[in-house]
Design a protein around this ligand. Structure first.
Ligand code: ADP
Ligand code: ASP
Ligand code: MG
Length: 418
């Protein structure tokens, strides 16, 4: 017997009609004799609404209570889906994270899953009951409710699939797979029939929100067979594969972008060993994550250091850097919140040079100035002025011919489309 975990995202739960449609997919699987565990998100827009309510109570809501409030949307979804399944004559049961025991650390807003008890779920399977589980929630060792970070229902689904050793984890969303770029920004973007785990991890880390990064990490760690599919259209979706294929890999498989960073520069500090640590150390001590760093030397014995942080940490980081600038007698501190990071991702880059220069050339021809660059084996990222984001992404997409990327259908889906 096959065990499948299916997850329905916010849009797939967006209205009573959509919830019924999602439930019919579950019924089709169940009727085929598969064991199905369902993970659901809150109705689209609900989590934002709850976040805003907490912010109406306090500018900086208490993290424990914030997590308790913003994860309630998922709980409503589980019951609604279960009500419909029961009304259709199937046995179903809703579960929140405490009822399953999805155990996490105590980092309330962005908790990590540490362990999942499978007993309640296997009991359901033995009794032919379809379990419907709240995504995005966990409980910490004291039983307090935690949130898994925005987009965290993906991670619940993959973690449940890992715990149950499921045959496949299917993420149903509003696009019919992973595309070469966000189709909302590049309408010509192409669906990838398959994508390697390494590429998916980079795309998710670099801003493609189709899967939460941690869900991809989980899939990698436990080798969960993971597929992204549309709730609304038929098709095989995109399969995330682990084996390096014998097929020739495209140089660039996808483009991700991210508008959630900000840039800080400290200028005219003495160019002496240890200076970078003096500046970056206090930022890390304040638990602010730094992404890119660049240090420029100059002729007069001083240097400039530029780095990027999450936009939500920008003001805090700016205050810290101003303090350091005073101590180091730096010339000035500058900041810019209106930046965007664009990244090309592809495992084919491992074996080919010249991608970076082609990227810079395409951006140069559009008159787009590159502010920062970082590279790794399978990605190149640049930071540019946010106002050129769409232009840059589209120019790169067509410059690398991604609209005509060949992707072979791979390992077709095991369930009937509805
Ligand atoms: P859900 O509510 O189902 O979890 P999300 O909004 O979190 O859905 O993720 C789906 C969205 O991800 C799509 O609507 C799309 O705009 C966006 N997206 C960003 N990058 C990509 C990509 N490379 N391929 C597909 N979708 C992408
Ligand atoms: N509802 C949560 C959010 O909007 C979790 C999710 O959708 O994955 O972030
Ligand atoms: Mg999502």
């Amino acid at each position: 017997m096959t065990l499948i975990v299916v997850k329905f995202g916010g849009t797939s739960m967006g209205s009573p009609e959509r919830i019924r449609h999602a439930a019919e997919k579950v019924i089709a699987l169940h009727k085929q004799g598969h064991q199905v565990a369902v993970v659901v998100s809150a109705i689209s827009g609900e989590t934002d609404r709850l976040v805003n309510l907490t912010k109406a109570m306090a500018d900086d809501p208490d993290p424990r209570e914030y997590a308790a409030a913003i994860t309630t949307g998922e709980q409503i979804s589980t019951a609604l889906l279960a009500i419909y399944l029961i009304s259709r004559g199937y046995q179903a049961r809703s579960f929140n994270a405490a009822q399953i025991k999805i155990l996490t650390d105590a980092n309330y807003k962005s908790a990590r899953i540490q362990h999942i008890e499978t007993e309640a779920l296997t009991n359901c399977f033995n009794e032919k009951i379809i379990p419907v589980i709240a995504g995005f929630q966990g409980i910490d060792p004291t039983g307090s409710i935690t949130a898994l970070g925005r987009g965290g229902s993906d991670t619940t689904a993959v973690a449940i699939a890992a715990a149950l050793k499921a045959d496949e984890c299917q993420i149903f969303t509003d696009v019919d797979g992973v595309y070469t770029c966000d189709p909302r920004i590049v309408p010509e973007a192409k669906r990838l029939a398959r994508i390697t785990f390494d590429e998916m991890l980079e795309l998710a880390s670099l801003g493609a929100k189709v899967l939460q990064k941690r869900s991809v990490e989980f899939a990698g760690k436990y080798k969960v067979k993971l597929r992204v599919l549309s709730s609304f259209a038929e098709g095989n979706g995109t399969l995330i594969t682990f084996e390096d294929s014998s097929m020739e890999q495209p140089l660039v498989s996808g483009i991700a972008f991210n508008r959630s960073e900000a840039k800080l520069s400290i200028r005219g500090v003495p160019d002496i060993p240890g200076i970078a640590a003096k500046i970056i150390g206090p930022i890390s001590d304040a638990a602010i994550d730094i992404d890119m760093i660049i240090q420029n030397g100059s002729a007069d014995g001083t240097t400039d250091l530029t780095f990027t942080v999450n936009r939500e940490d920008y003001l805090r980081a700016f205050d810290i850097v101003e303090q350091i600038a005073l101590e180091l007698k730096a010339k000035e501190v500058r900041g810019d919140q209106k930046i965007a990071k664009i990244s090309l991702v592809g495992v084919g880059m491992r074996s080919h040079a010249g991608i970076a220069s082609k990227m810079f050339d395409i951006l140069g021809k559009e008159g787009i100035h590159i502010q920062l660059i970082s590279t790794s084996e399978i990605k190149i990222s640049v930071v540019i002025d946010e106002k050129y984001l769409e232009l840059a992404v589209r120019a790169l997409h067509s410059g690398f011919n991604l609209e005509s990327l060949e992707t072979e259908e791979f390992d077709p889906i095991i369930i009937p489309n509805i």
